[in-house]
Design a protein around this ligand. Sequence first.
Ligand code: HEC
Ligand code: HEC
Length: 113
Amino acid sequence: MRQPLFGLLLFSLLGSSLLLGEDKKPPSRLVIQTTAGDVNYDHAGHAKREMNACLICHPRLFTRDRKAPIEFSSPHKKREDAKASCGACHRADGAAFASEGNCTNNKCHVKGS
Ligand code: HEC
Ligand code: HEC
């Protein structure tokens, strides 16, 4: 009786940690490459601002995989209106600045990179 239960417990622990990507370390910074120039995404800063409440972004907005598409490609306005991806916060009346007017003023896209 005990062994199947133990197996189930082991599976659920390992299985869920793999599914949630808990084997991976949270990145300190991510460089998102785009045709308009790289975006330096301060993951540590973003997590800290949200008081390390990872659930605010994972998995609803972002899967937890640096190779996964961010899905915030232009026109950003469309994604901002949908409150999706980065636009969940970065939009007019959102918790953070909207993309409009902030393309290259050292906030998002770094020119020449
Ligand atoms: C403000 C949003 C936000 C918050 C809060 C956040 N993350 Fe992330 N995280 C991202 C984004 C964006 C990515 C990259 C794209 C993706 O995962 O789809 C990412 C990727 C990751 C990855 C994948 C790294 C890799 O090498 O593939 C891990 C692990 C991760 N985050 C862990 C965490 C943990 C742990 C917390 C809480 C302490 C956290 N994140 C909070 C936005 C966030
Ligand atoms: C949970 C809300 C939230 C999400 C989601 C989010 N941000 Fe932010 N972001 C903020 C806040 C809050 C600030 C700081 C306030 C401000 O400057 O308006 C900020 C600031 C920034 C900055 C300025 C530098 C810094 O880190 O202070 C950049 C660049 C940035 N975010 C990019 C992104 C990108 C790219 C995404 C999507 C991958 C994203 N953010 C998703 C809340 C968020």
